[in-house]
Design a protein around this ligand. Sequence first.
Ligand SMILES: NC(=O)c1ccc[n+]([C@@H]2O[C@H](COP(=O)([O-])OP(=O)(O)OC[C@H]3O[C@@H](n4cnc5c(N)ncnc54)[C@H](OP(=O)(O)O)[C@@H]3O)[C@@H](O)[C@H]2O)c1
Length: 267
Amino acid sequence: MSSYAVTGASKGIGREFVRQLAADPTNTVLTIVRNPESPDISELASNHPNVHVIRGDVTDPKSILEAASAAAAVTGGTLDVLIHNSNAVDIASISSNPTQIPFDAEAVRRIFDPSLSTAIYGGLWTTNAFLPLIERGVQKKIVHISSAMADLDFINKSGISYAVAYAVAKAGMNVQIAKYAAELAPRGIKALALSPGWVDTWEGEKPSQVVEADNVMLKQFQVVEPDCKGQIQPEESVRKCLQVIERLDAKTTGLLLSHNGDQAKWL
Ligand SMILES: NC(=O)c1ccc[n+]([C@@H]2O[C@H](COP(=O)([O-])OP(=O)(O)OC[C@H]3O[C@@H](n4cnc5c(N)ncnc54)[C@H](OP(=O)(O)O)[C@@H]3O)[C@@H](O)[C@H]2O)c1
């Protein structure tokens, strides 16, 4: 009988966390989304009485505090596991290398803001808002969904120079998680940055540019892990992530781990 809160649960990996967790009727699953009326989420909730849909925007402190209050009302003030999964990026600049970042303060903010707002400020506000619930929970686990794109060894070996703001924000998330782990260890609370692997979360048919970009990335990924065949499905990623979360303890708190539970096999 465990309780979970998942942010950014409207689609992709977040929605798959909700789907797999909801399959155990003894779980209580708090589904934090910006739009609770979105059809996919309403359908999941209507088929699973243990799924509770709560409005929450992680980039808005008032909204996420209200989401934590609504969650506390459902669970009686406790939470076992917080999964901060929300993410946003500036797609227009995703293929830019660092030397292409313009000498234009406003443009730079436009490039970095979506990633920093969701990963860094959103990670802080969401964690701090749900912390009183986590303190009263049994498992006491905080998980931020990060990326291998923020692992220095992975960047250096793959030679991936683009996705600057995304990777910088996820690297900051990893540091933030280590800070939470250091602060909260005496209270028995564990914190983990977790990379979900390379996961196909595209909805509908992929445009040719996306297919091309995937192929370029695959080649770069294969430099690091020659046996990588391509993207995995959300089902596999989340199944493995949940096993890693299950094993999270005082020894692994503060780390960035892959969905395989190590710092070696990221894909
Ligand atoms: N897919 C991969 O290969 C991969 C690889 C490494 C790491 N990751 C990480 O895994 C996580 C999930 O990835 P994904 O591919 O499933 O992403 P996705 O399909 O883009 O979904 C992102 C989710 O974040 C939500 N979101 C965006 N801004 C938000 C905000 N301000 N407040 C609350 N929610 C917000 C979106 O909700 P709306 O519907 O409201 O926009 C959506 O549910 C992300 O953190 C991503 O960085 C993914």
